[in-house]
Design a protein around this ligand. Sequence first.
Ligand code: 6R9
Length: 652
Amino acid sequence: MWLPCRCTTKYVAASIRRGVSASFLHVLRRGRSSWNSAAFMPESAGFEGVSGRDALHDYSVSHSENFWAAVARQRLNWIRPFDAVQDCDLSQGRIKWFEGGKLNVSVNCLDRHVHTCPERVALIWERDERGSEVRYTYRELLEMTCRLGNLLRRHGVKKGDCVTIYMPTCPLAVASMLACARIGAAHNVVFAGFSSEALAERIRDAQSSTVITVNQGVRGGKITELKRTVDAAVQSCPTVRQVFVAMRTEKRVEMADRDIALEEEMLKEDVVCEPAAMDSEDVLFLLYTSGSTGKPKGLVHTQAGYLLYAALTHRYVFGYHDGDVFGCVADIGWITGHSYTVYGPLANGGTTVLFESTPVYPDPGRYWDMVERLRINQFYGAPTAIRLLIRYGDQWVKKYDRSSLTTLGSVGEPINTEAWEWYNRVVGEGRCPVVDTWWQTETGGICIAPKPSEPDAEIVPGMAMRPFFGIKPVLMDTEGKLLTSNNTSGALCMAQPWPGMARTIHNNHQRFLETYFHPYPGYFFTGDGAYRSQEGYYQITGRLDDVINVSGHRIGTAEIEDVVVSFTLFLYPYHICDAVCSDEAHLSDFILIISVTQFAKRLPKTRSGKIMRRVLRKVVDCDLEGLGDLSTLDDPAAVQEIIEGHEKVLSK
Ligand code: 6R9
């Protein structure tokens, strides 16, 4: 078993605690009307024998085609209806949904809402400068998108081209993504903190002829010279013909022949732009993630399936309703920004917040000040930020009114129990369910989360728990055999396809097959390990390539990090975790596996908070030549500190 017994005991204790209040609620609810399926999901009226949310989940897996067909017809606007629900074969890595159907993603995200409620706010841009937020209605966002779409078309961008977007999270970035979707071009958003080399590599791999950027970025009160970074990048990108430059600040930047002033040119364009009729399986976007080797892979998502899955998960995992304000603080350069800042909320006609700043600027109350000011109902963030804020104390949270909040979400890495409890108790005042959402760039949207569930169902801290509609997770042992019992750990795979999954790796379908489909034939392999509890709930234990092997027991890094929490580092041969001991008694559980300890102020992390263990392992192995691509690190200087610290440990 991978989980140390102590952890299991803790979860059982948590379940019992919650079990008590759950049964109390159950008594209160008894006698009320039975489950109102039509109110929860109108489509379910047509699903035979479905009489509750659990039954709805069972149906979505056992009658997957009926389920997805009904949802796709109900929730997307089609130019032409689809002929086949799916044509998938996981053993071949073939994934196709809604073939024969034609639609336009930007029409689904904009036009249809403009028809019904043009003045509804689509975007609230929470600019870096606190208190200077700007709102855009659906009508305004559609106009902006159409002007941009026309501009791109006038400059020769065609269906099938790929436009690289190197911009901070802002309305023009969203309009750029939607403008690509409108005219049938794919987009490739590159996080605006990446270096010119990282950007160049992604532009080259995507073969983009067009780049959209801003003169300067503003984040945490600091200016970044984004246009200059693009200038340096395109030097080594022969495919680039043109660079559109928007003005985030007043500062004029040098413009070369290939550069075009974005806002100026947009003004000349019409506010109506004919949407392209796209096939369900045409490419919507590429998004690069760094693979374990450090060579980025451009995962490909297509139109209908991705949009439907983003919309449905946004609606049901977060309990999003019309009129709510959804606050996902992820950058748009991350899949979380794509699915839950842009596509999911907009497909649902929601109001979505674009957060340009940092959790600690100008002070550690920034998130909660924003929650109060914008009356945010669902807040979605990363555990790394939560852990950072815990250190500054509760007063920064309590200062602000958080009564608008109904749901708190967590994504990107395992959320340790201590952070989960703080998020729940301090931020949510114990009122708001905390949803720990597990998913990946590859899955397109949330696959495992505590919600949706029966209204009084328990939520266990630090556990993603329940598969979403249409998702069938399984665990595999090291020999590739299916583990069927509960209270067991293994490699997390998916036994059935779902519409949101990635279709290929751009320019490298073979790598796609080898990474996700060959390890467990007939299944999609996630690369993560998971524990399935006695009750059948899933808990992610971390990347399998980071597993720690102790006398034959494979322990996930998440399991250790849950006990020894954050900010100091233990390094021991092959074993690396992000940890400081919050409770000495717990450290003894792990004393067996810690052979050499190195303390460090910070770890090399990506912007979404993932520790780059690949880099740490190389330092431990003294292989500094093999550190690989460091361009996606939040702060590459952290690596130098680790190297210096390691030298000191060795010299002791
Ligand atoms: C959305 C996103 C994917 C990897 C994934 C896993 C880790 C994400 C998690 C989680 C534990 C969670 N991960 N959410 N681990 N609990 N709730 O993060 O996509 O950047 O592609 O990363 O992140 O290891 O495989 P991406």
